[in-house]
Design a protein around this ligand. Structure first.
Ligand SMILES: [Zn+2]
Length: 355
């Protein structure tokens, strides 16, 4: 049965692909994932012309070492489209006592509501599905001509009425993709997200461009458009901001900061010359600093797995990496139990609650 909700019916609850739930049911949450995705929008030819043939090979043991370094240069690697594989991978998360996955595969990344519903039903893990649009390169044709209000209306429908007649509802607006410099259509995209947030009370999640100034530029605009930073998540903090003062500026805006690339080892980060990918240890150091500065209640974490090589089936760390390795490492590092509970349970519960 297809059900529509009014904003008031959702207030105080969270909205999963199986319908609204009490926020106490969320449990341990990873806050930026892609259970299924076509991420070929970031594909680049192998940097060495002699290795061009590797772009079309299926991922296998003999090319896996190369793919780990040049992960955006193999087309098969950028496609997670086998529901049975994803179910197996989510089961590892569940076995590690994980309860909820926020899947921010937004419009343009091959979002698949029916498959997400099946994954949630078969694994017993809550799945919160995204809406809104990824970076301009993936924008659908209607984006250029539609007004910001019309785009906001589509996002609002995904949440209140369900996506494209499936009766399966988005429970978060994002990831809204921005490049740097920020294009005018990407501004329109974030603006539409802000308007839909007001209409629905849903949380908003941003993918900023790869520049230290991108997050705060986006925050300033969100405020100008009447959005609520304390209902918004800024993603990919660790590959975007390196200066403590800029991180502090962002933290002081009241926004949630998502360290959502745990397990992603990419010393040869191919997506920007200006930014680099820190290690898990460095991620924990930055989080620990933020906790010391009083921002324990604004930190979220995730893996942002968007390629095969990070799934266990293909030799990767999988969706249980945070629960099995990062949390113990955080404890060893001296992060207190109360702060870990904030990051994994309490903060997600606050931000995923419709307001
Ligand atoms: Zn992502």
């Amino acid at each position: 049965m297809i059900k529509s909700y009014k904003k008031e019916e959702l207030t105080g609850k969270t909205l999963t692909v199986l319908g609204p739930k009490n926020i106490n049911e969320l449990g341990k949450v990873i806050c930026h994932e892609h259970l299924l995705i076509d991420f070929n929008v970031v594909f680049q030819n192998p940097p060495n012309p002699k290795e061009l043939h590797l772009k079309d090979e299926k991922i296998n043991l003999s090319n896996l070492g190369w793919i780990k370094k040049f992960w955006v240069s193999n087309k098969d690697n950028l496609l997670i489209d086998d529901i049975e594989i994803s179910i197996n991978e989510v089961n590892y998360f569940h076995k590690a006592q994980g309860n909820t996955v926020v899947d921010v595969t937004s419009i343009g990344l091959s979002r698949n509501p029916s498959a997400l519903k099946i994954i949630s039903q078969r694994t017993g893990v809550n799945v919160i599905m995204g809406s809104g649009h990824y970076i301009e390169k993936t924008h659908p044709d209607y984006f250029k001509t539609d007004s910001v209000h019309k785009i906001a209306e589509k996002i609002t429908k995904d949440i209140l009425d369900g996506v494209d007649g499936t009766g399966i509802h988005s429970g978060i607006i994002g990831e809204i993709g921005c490049d740097f410099p920020w294009s005018s259509d990407e501004r329109k995209s974030v603006h539409a997200g802000v308007l839909a947030q007001k209409e629905t009370g849903a949380p908003l999640l941003i993918h900023p461009g790869r520049d230290e100034n991108a997050p705060i530029e986006i925050v300033d605009s969100i405020i100008r458009w009447g959005g609520n930073t304390s209902r918004t998540i800024m993603g990919h903090i660790e590959r975007t901001i390196y200066s403590k003062s800029k991180l502090l500026d962002l933290a002081n805006s009241g926004i949630y900061m998502n360290f959502d690339l745990f397990g992603h080892e990419s010393s040869y980060y191919p997506l920007a010359d200006s930014t680099y990918m820190p290690s898990d240890h460095q991620r924990i150091e930055i989080i620990s600093d933020l906790i010391d500065l009083g921002f324990s209640n604004k930190i979220l974490i995730g893996h942002d797995i968007c390629s095969k090589h990070r799934l266990k089936k293909f030799g990767g760390h999988g969706w249980d990496h945070i629960l099995k390795r990062i949390i113990p490492k955080m404890k060893k590092f001296g992060i207190k139990k109360r702060d870990i509970e904030n990051i994994l349970i309490n903060n997600p519960r606050e931000i995923l609650r419709f307001a």
